[in-house]
Design a protein around this ligand. Sequence first.
Ligand SMILES: Nc1ncnc2c1ncn2[C@@H]1O[C@H](COP(=O)(O)OP(=O)(O)OP(=O)(O)O)[C@@H](O)[C@H]1O
Length: 284
Amino acid sequence: MSSSDTISVDNLSYSYTPNTPLSLADINLHLPPGSRTILIGANGAGKSTLLQILAGKRLVSVDGADIRIKGRDVFRDSPPGVTYLGTEWVMNPVVRGDIVVSHFLDSVGGYRHKERRDRLLDILDVDLDWHMHAISDGERRRVQLCFGLMVDWDVLLLDEVTVDLDVLVRDELLQFLKSDSETRGATILYATHIFDGLGHFPTHIAHMRFGSFVTPPTPWPFTDAPALVTSESGARSTLYNVALQWLREDRDHRRSLEGQGDMKKRGARRGQDVPTDSEAFYRK
Ligand SMILES: Nc1ncnc2c1ncn2[C@@H]1O[C@H](COP(=O)(O)OP(=O)(O)OP(=O)(O)O)[C@@H](O)[C@H]1O
């Protein structure tokens, strides 16, 4: 670990309830300032859990775990400048009420960040006259992003909040986030299942499986892993191809465990019967 890491996690293991399998198992993560890391992993790999813990939303009481952002303990000394945006926000009844977008943004201090707010309104194509109860899920998501991003952040934790944006808005938003991170040295950790058009965004990519890193954050594009630099067709790998390959390996690994009668991972999840965030999102 380097003291200059913006995000620093050591020895983090976590389960939602006592005596249930670990949702995160011995996570160690060190991300430098200005890095933009994409978290890749199958449903249930632990991406949301990790992001929520970093955002201070889930208290970790495990001895020996050290979870810091900008050198500050995320639970005991919560660091300023951390923005977390997750999928659950749009489900909140408050943001589905009959409130006009301009009032909503002002009520959370939008007038103090007018320049960034107006830039985001333009990128996200948000109409200040919309009523929050009478807009689509994608439009509500655009309001959420404007609300969350208009305050300057040093660390941005994004949990699949671009899933329901149209391609144009998503593309412009990613360009904005990339240039914002380059200009201000801000750090982004982003869990997503959509890799199209994302290849130029990350500085690092990482692969999670069963609550652990199979590939820790690694500089992207790859330069020293021939198996991943070229795809089967001989073409240079895209982020999409790498994600496909990793997810195939995850599925093969899981099936092989099942074949050996080791149902620990899947069986335990079924026993808990708790949907992951994306399962809940798509069931909505
Ligand atoms: N509230 C909860 N209570 C108990 N277990 C949970 C809860 N939320 C998630 N889990 C379990 O923790 C594990 C990791 O889930 P998590 O939501 O972090 O995965 P994920 O990688 O974000 O998945 P997805 O891509 O589907 O969003 C899964 O086995 C899941 O069933």
